[in-house]
Ligand binder design. Structure first.
Ligand code: AMP
Length: 397
């Protein structure tokens, strides 16, 4: 991959390879309930191991304030060893003499997991002494945790400046997918942005209108844009204090030649619950006691039609309150239309950020898009056009 150092550039045999991974998996009663993150790091661990490196895994877990059993990575060991099909040696700290001894005692190709880096305040502070203490137990640094790359912490960024540093395979896949989405996309590019509120996505919208050719806005946030155009959205979720900002975004889009698509019709209801009485109306005919909870069929048709005129789609946020039926209709219909075109080789589509993964899973298309990023904050910061410190540190000079 051009631009970044990867495992292809690393001499791994006989080396102590400090490997930053995302093991922040959901747990219940001491068991991992979703092993997606574990699955994603396996290729990198296996490759380092097969090439004769000692794999020394570094990760954070939860938000501990000092040491506590609840946030110990020890509890992840069984699930990791099972997925890997090989034993994992746990070491109950991430710096110090005992760690050095455990690594020295391990054979080439063996896998060690060090205790939660956040048990030391120096990780999040990117404290140079803590970086040094971590680096003392490694010859190389591999970062495979894109989801933590928006934080300049010792284990995500600091280490990359003191040891030879490389992107792991999952990090590499993510960077390649994101680059195809916004940095060097096939044009025209359409961004789809939905979700609850404009206020949480101002930077994202500001960046996208400069970069994409079409911006389809859906979800609760579309209501604020409709209100800015003088539409009465009744009882809908709407940030009335942000109508001025919405107008500014529209103006910026116009100046940059970015077409904005807003819903023209909607599914409305009087109650926020599953299967309430609902009707389909033009957005100009929402009653004072009604809420817009999904985009209507004409709006969906307009977005789907556009899909045939673009080559790349970047997607964050659902078109409606997709957790409640039937307000998942627009999100599911558009997601399926995107997936069909990706499968036919007509479209590159990258989706991610928080609820978007759940929405794509709900639509049953998560495996059919070009890439679905499970990195919440890091994906959003990338969509906002921000440099991610953990990624920048892996760039070739
Ligand atoms: P976000 O985290 O900003 O992507 O927002 C996702 C949330 O927005 C989901 O939980 C949806 O239920 C919610 N949402 C989407 N459209 C609407 C809407 N029209 N009214 C209320 N909530 C919505």
């Amino acid at each position: 991959m051009s631009g970044f150092r990867t495992l292809d550039d690393a001499q791994l045999a006989g080396k102590r390879v400090l490997t930053r991974v995302d093991l922040n998996v959901p747990m219940e009663d001491g068991k991992v309930t979703d092993a997606t993150r574990i699955e994603r790091i396996l290729p990198t661990i296996r490759e380092i191991s097969q090439k004769g490196g000692k794999v020394v895994l570094l990760a954070h877990f939860g938000r501990p304030k000092g040491r506590d059993d609840k946030n110990s990575l020890k509890q992840v060991v069984p699930a990791l060893a099972h997925a890997l099909g090989q034993p994992v040696i746990f070491v109950d700290d991430c710096i110090g003499e005992d760690v050095a001894k455990a690594i020295a005692a391990a054979k080439n190709g063996e896998v060690l997991l060090l205790e939660n880096t956040r048990f030391h305040a120096g990780d999040e502070k990117n404290d140079p002494d803590f970086v040094k203490a971590l680096a003392a137990n490694g010859d190389l640094f591999v970062n495979d945790a894109f989801s933590a790359a928006h934080r300049a912490h010792a284990s995500t960024e600091g280490l990359a400046h003191v040891l030879p540093a490389y992107a792991g395979r999952t990090m590499q896949a993510e960077l390649e997918a994101l680059s195809a989405g916004l940095d060097n996309p096939a044009r025209p590019v359409m961004a789809i942005v939905g979700g609850a509120k404009v206020s949480t996505k101002l930077d994202l919208l500001g960046n996208l209108v400069r970069k994409v050719d079409v911006l389809a806005i859906g979800g609760g946030m579309a209501n604020t844009f409709l209100a800015a155009r003088g539409v009465d959205v009744g009882k809908s979720l709407c940030e009335h204090d942000l109508v001025g900002t919405a107008r500014e975004i529209e103006e910026k889009a116009k100046a940059a030649g970015c077409e904005i698509l807003l819903p023209v019709d909607a599914l409305v209801a009087r109650e926020f619950k599953a299967n309430p009485g609902h009707r389909v109306v033009p957005v100009t005919e929402v009653d004072a006691d009604e809420m817009i909870l999904d985009a209507g069929p004409l709006s969906v048709a307009e977005v789907v039609l556009k899909l045939d005129h673009v080559k790349t789609v970047v997607w964050n946020g659902p078109f409606g309150a997709f957790e409640l039926k039937p307000f998942d209709t627009a999100t599911v219909t558009v997601a399926k239309a995107v997936a069909e075109r990706v499968k036919a080789g007509k479209l590159v589509a990258v989706a991610g950020g928080g609820d978007t993964v759940a929405a794509m899973n709900h639509a049953g298309v998560a495996d059919d898009l070009s890439y679905v990023s499970t990195a919440g904050g890091a994906f959003l910061e990338w969509m906002e056009g921000k440099a991610l410190p953990g990624v920048e540190a892996l760039r070739k000079d």
